[in-house]
Every structure is written in structure tokens, then in C-alpha cells.
Design a protein around this ligand. Structure first.
Ligand code: MGD
Ligand code: MGD
Ligand code: SF4
Ligand code: MO
Length: 729
């Protein structure tokens, strides 16, 4: 029975907070959101949603939300202004920066939520390409770029995100992921809790490699590991597999080149060498390798715990190498190749958008990953004078002052910008320094189609949603704002740039009145031209946007993602996966080169994701903040005793900085490891409830020095950071 007013309507949509994209039903009355509930008829999530999805009603209706353009005053407070005033000034000031310093002095940072809207991923990119911006950054360098680089080296395709075939696998080796809380990442499985339970129910195994006895580890087999030592574990497992002839020679011959090189690389890593590094005993490593190789099917999967150490690219690489060498890549029950319904990735690969090391950063000489540089160097790119210095910055849906390493440096650099514009739902710790905060739309105020991570779905699935609400207040979609800034600057977005050829075609159609060039029109064309499209009528059973809309809960296109597609994925000469790229060989050599640990910082810090947080931005939801929600470091009793921590607070000190926060003494973390949730440290922004329980910003402890970043992808090192504990003063 509905308690909503009689005139309320029910609208089918899906959640875009995190990667499962669970089906939701929105109850809407008088243009306002009344509530959200799980969609029972969604073929993948089948009536499941998490607390964050349901609590999004608090965000949508939040009185602290930014609903008009805000302009910074000299005293640091903000005035509400009209779009016309804001855009006229932004276009003029941006024009002046470009005239004086060139387009390359303009920057953009793309935050995590921006990746969940197809339109937001397109036009801002086209705009930045058009003005010749070189300063492109994203949350990816704190999240997944090492995975992209591993795929570039293995497959020649940085867009490739291989994922485990959960419904069919017999052995899931899960390293550095906690899907019972994160709900799966680079993997779309809205009922992942059931999927994991089913693996065990059908006689298979789930083995969790994690320094913390996580919510996932508690339910399955857990091997605690020393943070940032996964490369030793995986090299050692490969060592055992080659040494004991457990590898699949047919699969290797058919799929790969460089197996001998890989074998040679692993030779120096017998379990006895890996054991002291990893804290996992040699027999356990041997047993794990044998069992993985012997399983009828197996998949090695890793996520942020695999990506955010000093060897994130190497670890991601080794996960796929292990899977391939045991004959489990691109086959049922193994690791599957990501497979989009809308072939944006295929287009991007063809156009060269999934680049690696085609440019180097001005500061730090670090390689680009998909045209972006490590966000860790943003601060120095703003504060270091010289040609190409960043002078203007646009942030879309990001809070890098909390999310990138050495946040203090970034915060002070932001104040030096000539122009700083942010699109957000809130005044946060970062954009409180902006000249303009522009009110972005929420997920419910936009039409959408799942792209990006939707390609990592064991079940082939497509869905589209209409906007379920008109934008509240003056909120506008980012792509429309970029189009308007371009118009005011007298720029045609489609004259040059990476999408030039496609766009010339679109412009031609537009001139003839066939369509208006919008992100939606572009997606519609790609969908129709893609592997499941109607090919503009040539394949009558195929999809187009109209047909998708007729199925608001989504359409299952196949029960299982395809296998046997590696040949279409690999873009390297010879069509084989490369198991011994020079970059990886060099990184394995670096494993031995690490200086001895500094006794001043005897513990290793890792992160925690919490069920009722989403990075930094859901701490203003009263529903999610109910109960005793506080920021607390998890410390092993032995480490607490050694540091004399008896009170409720602790001081954590690294080579970079120090923070004070609450304490939870628990043996869920292994001795020598301390775990601290990220995304806290709220202050001064518009989110009043978040500010009231601020917590500490763990990224005051992490380093942004170029030499401290992961070498191959320029990833921030956010796990395995050396620290010490002191009683709070
Ligand atoms: N509820 C909730 N869900 C979320 C988010 C959230 O903030 N809250 N954030 C979303 C985002 S942006 C992302 S990217 C995904 C991430 O998805 P996941 O990566 O699955 O999420 P985490 O919980 O961070 O899991 C990482 C695990 O790695 C472990 N770990 C840390 N260091 C190491 C190491 O050196 N080796 C190994 N083997 N393990 C290590 C940590 O203890 C942790 O359990 O989650 C998404 N989902
Ligand atoms: N130490 C440490 N640091 C980490 C991590 C870690 O594990 N440890 N994890 C990293 C990871 S995986 C990630 S993804 C990053 C996240 O880093 P960021 O993306 O920089 O930060 P978020 O906290 O996700 O903040 C997103 C912002 O977008 C706004 N927002 C939400 N929805 C919308 C929308 O629809 N439109 C607009 N315009 N704005 C919106 C929110 O209000 C918020 O201000 O953090 C990284 N930082
Ligand atoms: S798991 Fe993620 S996508 Fe699903 S309801 Fe929760 S926040 Fe939304
Ligand atoms: Mo992330």
C-alpha cells in the first residue's frame, strides 16, 4: 500500500551512485521526489538496493543543495547569481586566460559521479579538446588507471576491463576488493552477495586476500596479507604453477606471447621468498596456486586494494596473467572480456582516445593514461610557474581536496587559479575555493544509458532511463553548460578534436534537419550501429533508443557475456596477449629495490569503504548518518598497546602529515596494519550535517610527490602508506 499522496506517480529508473546500477522506482508528486524503493522487476537487481540508493531521497531534497549558480565574493562567501551573469563572466574570463596563456593552461578534473552520466562524459571532453587543454585529470588516478594500463600492456586496449564470470566460476580469487560493502567495482553484479554464496553452494571456493577481515572475508576463506605485497604473492603463485607444470600449454599457445619471459620473471619468487613479504606462509601460497590451477574454472579478480599500492599496474597485470596461464581467460567460469552494448570503447580505441604514455606531464614527467595525467600532480601544475602552467580549472562532480594525496598542497594551490569553476550538488571542501559553483543535476534529473562499467556484466543487459524529475531550482546538465560557454566564446565544438570525423557526419545530418547534435542523438546512433543495434533497420530485431524505452526495467540480451572473443579484443601485433612487456619486466626488477622500511613509521595504512558512505559525498544524509557514525581508525590490539593508545582518539603520523581521529581497537586488521576510512574531514562547505561529524582527512597523510607515485600509471599510492601512532594530544 502506498502512503504517497493520491496524485503521486511511480517512475522506473536505475541508481547511478555506484556500479551495480540497481533498479529503482521513484515516487514523484508535484515534481518533487517523495521516495525511492528497489525495483522488483529489474532483471539483474530483482528488488535489491542498498541503503545509499534508498537514501538518495535525502540528497535529492537536501536543503543544503546548491540550486542556483554561486559567485564567490571577496570575503569568501557566495552570492546567488543568474546563469546569464555567471556564464557571461566565465566565458569572458576563460577567453582572457586562453588569449594570454593558451588553451593548454586550462584544466579539468572529472570526479567519480561524473562517470555515471553518458552526456557528462562527452561534451566536456569535446570542449577541452577544442580549446587545446592539456591539463586533464580524473578520480581514475586514485582508483583504476593502473588497471587500464595493465590492459594496455596485456591487450593493447586500455579500455578493456576483464571481470569474473561469477555465475559459472568454481574458484574466485578476490584480492583487494570488498564487494559486500562496495557492491562490486569494475564488475556489474547487483546481487553479488547471492552470486558469491552460489559459488560455494555449487561446491566452488571464494578466497579473499585482504589485510583486513572484511565483511566479505568473514563469510569466505580469508588469507590476511601485508598491505602492498600482492605482487610477491601473485609472482609466487605463477612460480609454483610454472615450476610444477600446472600451466595450460594449449591456452598459452593459443592466446599469448611472452610466456617464457613471464616464467623467467617469476623464477626469483618461490613461496619462501614471498612468505616474509606477504605474511602468508609458503605452504599456503603453494596450496593456493595448486588449487587455483586445478579448479575446473577459476578467475582472479582485484579492485582498489590491488590498484592503489606502489605496484598497482603490475598487480592488475599479474591477475590476468594468472588467469590466462591456467587456461581461464575468455572462457566460461573464468575471466571474461568486458563487452559494451553501446560501442563507445570500440570507437575510442579506433580514435586513439585510450592512449598510454603518448604525452608526459609537465611536472613529474609522468605518462598520460587515456589522455589524463595523475591528479596527484595538479597542485604542482598550478603552483609551478612556466609555460603550460595551469591557470583555470573546471571540476565536474569531484572533491579532490579530500580524495587526492596531500590535500593540503592542492587546497593552497587552488587559491592561486585565475579562474576556478565547479559543477556540484554541494559546496564541498574543494569548490568552496571556486569563483563559481554551478548547480549540477542529480542522477534523477537526467535521462541516461549505462556506459563504462556496464560492460563488465556477466549477464548481457541494456537499460535506459528518462529523467524522473525536472531539475530542481536552476540546476542544469554540464553538457548544456559547456555548449553554452562555447557558444558565448564563439567556438564551434565540433570543428576539430578527437571526434571530428564522427561529428562532421553529425553536423551534416543536423544541417539537413535529420537530427540535432546532442549527446543523446550520438548515443542513439552508436546503440543502433553497435553489436546489438538495429543497424538502422537492417537488423529488425536489434535495439534502438525507442525500443529500449519501451522496456523501462531493461532488457536481458544474453544470459552470459560472450566468450571466445579475445581475438576481437587484442589490438597488439600478432593478435596475442603479451605476457612480458618491457614495462612489467622493469617493474618486477623494482620490487627488490625498495629501501628498507623507515623504523619511524612501522605501520602500514590502508583505506576502508563504509556501507553508509559514498566516498565523501553522502555524509549529509540524515538517514545514512543515523546512529553512532564517527570516523574511526581500526587498530590491532598489539599495535595499540605498543603505541600506548588507551584513549578514544589517536594521532596518526606519516612522512607527509598528521591527523587525529577516533579509535576502534580490533583484531580484524592484521598486526602492523591500520585501516582508516577515506572521504572524511569535512569542513566549511555547505553540507551542514557532514560538517557536524567531520572526521579526519586521511589524504593529509598520503604523498603527491611525483617520485612517490606508482611508476607505470602514475597512480596515487593510497594503500600501504607507512605511518606511526601516537596518543592524541
Ligand atoms: N558503500 C560504498 N560503496 C562503494 C563506495 C563507497 O565509498 N561506499 N565507493 C565506490 C568506489 S568509488 C569504488 S572505486 C569501489 C571500490 O570497490 P572495492 O575495491 O571493492 O572497495 P573497498 O572496500 O575499498 O575494497 C578494497 C579492499 O582492499 C583491501 N586492501 C587494501 N590494501 C590492500 C592491499 O595492499 N592488498 C590487498 N590484497 N588488499 C588490500 C581493503 O582492506 C579493502 O577491503 O566501491 C564503490 N562502492
Ligand atoms: N586515501 C584514499 N583516497 C581515495 C580512495 C581511497 O581508497 N583511499 N579512493 C579513491 C576513489 S576510488 C575515488 S572514486 C575517489 C573519489 O574522488 P572524487 O570523485 O574527487 O570525490 P567524491 O567524494 O566522489 O565527490 C564527488 C562530488 O561530486 C558531487 N556529485 C555527486 N553527484 C553529482 C552529480 O550528479 N552531478 C554533479 N555535478 N556533482 C555530483 C558530490 O556532491 C561531491 O562533491 O576518491 C579516491 N580517494
Ligand atoms: S548498490 Fe550502488 S547502485 Fe545499487 S542501490 Fe546501492 S548505491 Fe545504488
Ligand atoms: Mo572509485
Amino acid at each position: 500500500m502506498s502512503i504517497a499522496p493520491a496524485e503521486a506517480t511511480q517512475r522506473v529508473t536505475y541508481c547511478r551512485i555506484c556500479e551495480p546500477m540497481c533498479g529503482l522506482i521513484a515516487t514523484v508528486s508535484d515534481g518533487r521526489l517523495v521516495s525511492l524503493r528497489p525495483d522488483q522487476d529489474h532483471p539483474l537487481s530483482r528488488g535489491r538496493a542498498c541503503p545509499k540508493g534508498i537514501a538518495f531521497t535525502d540528497i535529492q531534497n537536501d536543503p543544503d543543495r546548491v540550486l542556483e549558480p554561486l559567485r564567490k565574493r571577496a570575503d569568501g562567501t557566495f552570492d546567488k547569481v543568474s546563469w546569464d551573469v555567471a556564464l557571461a563572466d566565465i566565458a569572458a574570463r576563460l577567453g582572457a586566460v586562453i588569449t594570454a596563456h593558451g588553451g593548454q593552461s586550462v584544466g579539468q578534473y572529472f570526479g567519480n559521479p561524473a562517470a555515471f552520466g553518458y552526456a557528462t562524459s562527452l561534451w566536456p571532453g569535446v570542449f577541452m579538446a577544442r580549446i587545446g587543454s592539456r591539463h586533464l585529470y580524473s578520480a581514475g588516478s586514485q582508483d583504476i588507471n593502473s588497471r587500464f594500463v595493465a590492459s594496455k600492456l596485456l591487450y593493447g586496449a586500455a579500455s578493456q576491463l576483464p571481470f569474473p564470470d561469477l555465475p559459472r566460476t568454481h574458484f574466485l580469487l578476490m584480492l583487494g576488493a570488498n564487494p559486500l560493502v562496495s557492491h562490486g567495482s569494475a564488475l556489474r553484479a547487483p546481487r553479488i552477495k547471492d552470486d558469491l554464496a552460489d559459488i560455494v553452494r555449487r561446491g566452488g571456493r571464494v578466497v579473499v586476500i585482504d589485510p583486513r577481515r572484511t565483511e566479505t572475508a568473514r563469510l569466505y576463506e580469508h588469507l590476511p596479507i601485508t598491505p602492498d605485497s600482492d605482487a610477491w604473492l601473485l609472482l609466487s603463485m605463477l612460480h609454483v604453477i610454472f615450476d610444477e607444470d600446472l600451466h595450460d600449454t594449449n591456452a598459452i599457445a593459443a592466446q599469448a606471447s611472452g610466456a617464457a619471459g613471464l616464467r623467467a620473471l617469476c623464477a626469483g619468487f618461490p613461496p619462501e621468498v614471498a612468505a616474509p613479504r606477504t605474511g602468508i606462509d609458503a605452504d599456503a601460497i603453494r596450496g593456493l596456486a595448486r588449487d587455483f590451477a586445478a579448479a575446473p574454472s577459476a578467475s582472479a579478480y582485484g579492485r582498489t586494494g590491488a590498484c592503489l599500492g606502489r605496484h598497482g599496474t603490475l598487480v592488475s597485470f599479474l591477475l590476468d596473467a594468472l588467469t590466462l596461464v591456467t587456461g581461464n581467460l575468455d572462457r566460461p567460469g573464468g575471466t571474461l572480456m568486458s563487452h559494451p552494448v553501446i560501442p563507445l570503447e570500440a570507437m575510442g580505441e579506433r580514435l586513439g582516445s585510450f592512449s598510454y604514455d603518448t604525452m608526459r606531464s609537465r611536472v613529474g614527467d609522468l605518462p598520460d593514461v587515456n589522455g589524463t595525467f595523475p591528479a596527484a600532480v595538479m597542485a604542482d601544475e598550478i603552483s609551478t610557474p612556466g609555460p603550460g602552467q595551469m591557470r583555470a580549472l573546471f571540476i565536474i562532480a569531484g572533491n579532490p581536496v579530500l580524495s587526492v594525496p596531500n590535500s593540503a598542497a592542492l587546497e593552497s594551490a587552488l587559491r592561486q587559479l585565475d579562474l576556478f569553476v565547479a559543477f556540484d550538488l554541494y559546496v564541498n571542501e574543494t569548490n568552496r575555493h571556486a569563483d563559481y559553483i554551478l548547480p549540477g543535476t542529480t542522477m534523477l534529473e537526467r535521462d541516461d544509458l549505462p556506459i563504462a562499467f556496464a560492460a563488465c556484466s556477466p549477464t548481457l543487459f541494456a537499460q535506459s532511463t528518462e529523467a524522473v524529475l525536472q531539475p530542481y531550482g536552476q540546476a542544469r546538465q554540464e553538457w548544456q553548460v559547456y555548449a553554452e560557454i562555447a557558444r558565448r566564446m564563439g567556438l564551434s565544438l565540433f570543428a576539430t578534436g578527437p571526434l571530428e570525423r564522427l561529428n562532421r557526419g553529425l553536423a551534416w545530418l543536423e544541417r539537413r534537419g535529420v537530427l540535432r547534435v546532442t549527446p543523446q542523438a550520438m548515443m542513439g546512433l552508436l546503440l543502433r550501429a553497435g553489436p546489438y543495434g538495429d543497424r538502422f533497420g537492417l537488423r529488425r530485431s536489434g535495439l534502438n533508443l525507442r525500443k529500449l524505452r519501451a522496456h523501462p526495467h531493461g532488457v536481458v540480451l544474453a544470459d552470459h557475456a560472450p566468450t571466445g572473443v579475445l581475438g576481437d579484443v587484442v589490438r597488439l601485433p600478432g593478435g596475442k596477449v603479451c605476457l612480458d612487456p618491457a614495462e612489467i619486466v622493469a617493474d618486477v626488477k623494482r620490487l627488490d629495490g625498495h629501501a628498507d622500511r623507515d623504523p619511524a613509521f612501522p605501520l602500514l595504512l590502508i583505506g576502508i569503504r563504509e556501507m553508509r558512505s559514498q566516498n565523501s559525498w553522502m555524509h549529509n544524509s540524515p538517514t545514512l548518518m543515523k546512529g553512532d557514525r564517527q570516523h574511526r581508525a581500526r587498530i590491532n590490539p598489539a599495535d595499540a598497546a605498543a603505541a600506548g593508545i588507551t584513549g578514544e582518539r589517536v594521532r596518526i603520523v606519516s612522512a607527509q602529515g598528521a591527523i587525529e581521529t577516533g579509535v576502534l581497537i580490533t583484531d580484524e586488521v592484521v598486526v602492523g596494519t591500520i585501516a582508516v576510512p577515506q572521504g572524511w574531514g569535512h569542513r566549511g562547505g555547505g553540507w551542514q550535517l557532514a560538517n557536524a561529524v567531520p572526521g579526519a582527512n586521511v589524504n593529509e597523510l598520503t604523498s603527491n610527490r611525483p617520485e612517490d607515485l606508482e611508476r607505470l600509471a602514475g597512480m596515487s599510492v593510497l594503500n600501504g602508506v607507512p605511518v606511526r601512532l601516537e596518543p592524541a594530544g
